[in-house]
Design a protein around this ligand. Structure first.
Ligand SMILES: [Zn+2]
Length: 279
């Protein structure tokens, strides 16, 4: 075991040196404290990746991320980010668990019916990775509280189920200069978009106005695995932005029709008249 840990530590150091000239993460690790033996073991399957390493792992550990919504998208997003070692996770959700949520919201179980989702999610995430500090916020994000909730985070993942919330999150992230991963799912399709405010196109650049009519999941339905795919893609984009590893889906959004596996990457440019991100 010791030789394996030595191997991982050496590998992490080599990857750190190799990654020194790579893309800059949105969260810069503090100098000094390296990875503990326990962290080397917990994150060994990431650390062994040639493009990962101690630098990426420390960037995740120093990161503070807000997940807006602890439902169908928020469940995989929060679970993957906690598992990957994001240091601080805020979970925003004003709803309580209903039995009809359970087919797609995997952080909640049948005995959680009636429990606030933010607290139900935080409890599971603490089991998953006790090294992560999880802060539940039992509130619905809106235009009035968005700035206060977003402030101080390195990145926000929007896993909400309403366009009004998505636009409020986008505006707050643009104003605060906080990186954002947008996502949405309905029926058997969805979309994902990564945003570096001030550098790349924002959600409102891509979608200047909400659709005229937007059915909810209760009205149109949603398949659990479809939400799982979109949420997993959001988590992936968040990890890319946080670590500097890989190429984030910026200046574009991915539209996925999971019924047919038709995936379209739609290029988006910043709009000079965007009310959220134009200077
Ligand atoms: Zn914009």
């Amino acid at each position: 075991m010791n030789s394996r840990r030595t191997f991982l530590r050496e590998l992490a150091g080599a990857a750190r040196d190799a990654a020194a000239g790579g893309a800059s993460p949105v969260s810069a690790p503090k100098p000094g404290a390296g990875l503990s033996e326990a962290e080397l073991e917990r994150y060994s399957r990431q650390l062994v990746l040639p493009e990962w390493g101690e630098k990426a792992q420390l960037a995740l550990r120093e990161a503070k991320v807000l997940v807006v919504g602890a439902g169908a998208l928020g469940s995989p997003v929060a679970a993957y980010l906690a598992g990957a070692g994001v240091g601080r996770l805020g979970i925003v959700d004003g709803d309580s668990v209903e039995v009809s949520d359970l087919h797609r919201q995997h952080l909640h179980f049948t005995p959680d019916a009636g429990v606030p989702k933010a607290h139900s999610a935080a409890a599971k995430l603490a089991f998953l990775n006790p090294e992560v500090v999880v802060e539940p916020y039992q509130v619905r994000l809106d235009e009035a509280n968005a700035a206060g909730l977003v402030e101080g985070n390195d990145l926000v993942v929007d896993c909400s189920d309403s366009f009004a919330t998505s636009y409020a999150v986008n505006a707050a992230c643009c104003a605060a200069g906080v990186a954002l991963v947008e996502g949405g799912v309905l029926a058997t399709g969805g979309m994902v978009m990564a945003i570096r405010p001030g550098e790349t196109a924002c959600y409102r650049c891509a979608f200047p106005e909400p659709p005229a009519s937007a059915p909810s999941c209760a009205e149109a339905g949603v398949l659990g695995p479809a939400a799982g795919v979109i949420g997993s893609l959001q988590a992936l984009e968040a990890i890319k932005l946080l670590s500097g590893v890989g190429e984030p889906l910026t200046d574009a959004f991915l539209q996925a029709d999971l019924a047919t596996h038709a995936y379209v990457r739609v290029a988006v440019a910043r709009r000079s008249d965007c009310p959220d991100c134009a200077v």
